[in-house]
Write a protein that binds this ligand. Sequence first.
Ligand code: ATP
Length: 516
Amino acid sequence: MKQEDLFKKLTAHCKEYGYIFQSSEIYDGLSAVYDYGQYGAELKNNIRKYWWDAMVLLNDEIVGIDAAIFMHPAVWKASGHVDAFNDPLIDNKDSKKRYRADVLIEEHIEKLEEKISKEIAKAAKRFGENFDEKMFRQTNKRVLDTAEKIASIKRRYVDASDNGDLAEIRQIIIDCEIADPVSGSRNWTDVRQFNLMFDTKLGSVSEDASKIYLRPETAQGIFVNYMNVQKSGRMKLPFGIAQVGKAFRNEIVARQFIFRMREFEQMEMQYFIRPGDEQGWYEHWKEKRMRWHRALGFDESKFRFHDHDKLAHYAKAATDIEFAFPFGFKEVEGIHSRTDYDLSQHQKYCGRKLQYFDTELNKSYVPYVVETSIGLDRMFFTVIAASWVEEKIKKENGTEDERVVLRLPPALAPVKLAIFPLVKKDGLPEISARIRDELRFDFSCQYEEKDSIGRRYRRQDAIGTPFCITVDHQTKEDETVTIRYRDTMEQERVPVNALREIIGEKVNMKKLLQSL
Ligand code: ATP
């Protein structure tokens, strides 16, 4: 299937099955803002819990907080966001479309990288088992030329952004002959900086009101509370503070569904460490976070690390965990070694000491920070994209059929169990309701009596429900039901009183956490 088609199918599926709706849809929607529907809200809660528990429950030295969205405006001056939280934007004069200049260049580089991958795949096919990829990369002229081209663009881009040289960024776009993906034209405007923060006014009397910002990241709520948490929790280094919350960015281009939104949720953890220990902790968190993604059981080749070429001036190291979305490998999570930049900046602006007294070294210092930062909505999209399958199946009568199934990790599925009476009479609905009432304290259950059993199965497959049970006439005699497994579609007869254990074993978040 073409990736564009897959993307369309995923977005349509999310709407049809109550996962995600466009915000204010009855008024034609609000661009790049989305609402989570009845199943979406549950899935989002489960992902949030998986992250929170992996951080806070499983690590003695990590605590969670919930800071306000509004913060003192000086916070954003200190953090550098007022002056530098900008994206370079460029317009195409023919299509009148607006783009992020850095994204146009990044996508151009991706195309060149694809060219190299294709050359390698071609050669691997030609040489078969004797193929030596390393040697090929070092000697093939076409590959070498393209690699040099990539390196040169990267060098120019890093220099241009370090120097704030917007004319040079435009020149790179011209020199690379990058065309507008919509109109195909190369008629570009100048590049301008655009600050991504939303602002509003605090206070009711307009003359006195002061300008404040909707936070563009949750991290600063952690930095400004570093001292409060360290003192009140008597925390010893290394320790971490975790937080989940809304963030807002006035994104220039927002066309990729919930991948890039103007209001979104972040799950961030700042790990405070002794200066000098940063490399070890950076590697530690890289590995730990990748394990968290892999534990969900998706195809491992769909996740990869991508080290940053352009580091923020305060950063020692930074990498992204990327997922293969239908529009290519893109960032889901960032892991950054941030030195003492943020705390030092706040120390400077607020005029108070934000230091730690290290009893072992017998001295005070501003701790260093390694952070992990993941978008909850991007993770949601990752989970949906990795779970969605359209497959051909054989019906009992031998004919072929198709089904769409969300193979969600059972611990994350919004509905764990659907309960169906075979028919709407003979006391079967009452028995089904009784079973639901017994199990609803353990799992989110759904009762359904409309339509044929086959159609009910299909609907639950599309929602991603891992188990369906059917109550029939035999249930009345021997208290057994049919349990049907989403992924294999196998069915077996089991006693009603075994359901809690069979289902609990599979859907329990505990097992997922234990595998970390
Ligand atoms: P990008 O380069 O894609 O704009 P970023 O590098 O600016 O992302 P960070 O500032 O590192 O992102 O934010 C941390 C995480 O927050 C990202 O990995 C991503 O998952 C999430 N995130 C950032 N911006 C958005 C957005 N507009 N919509 C949804 N999630 C976002």
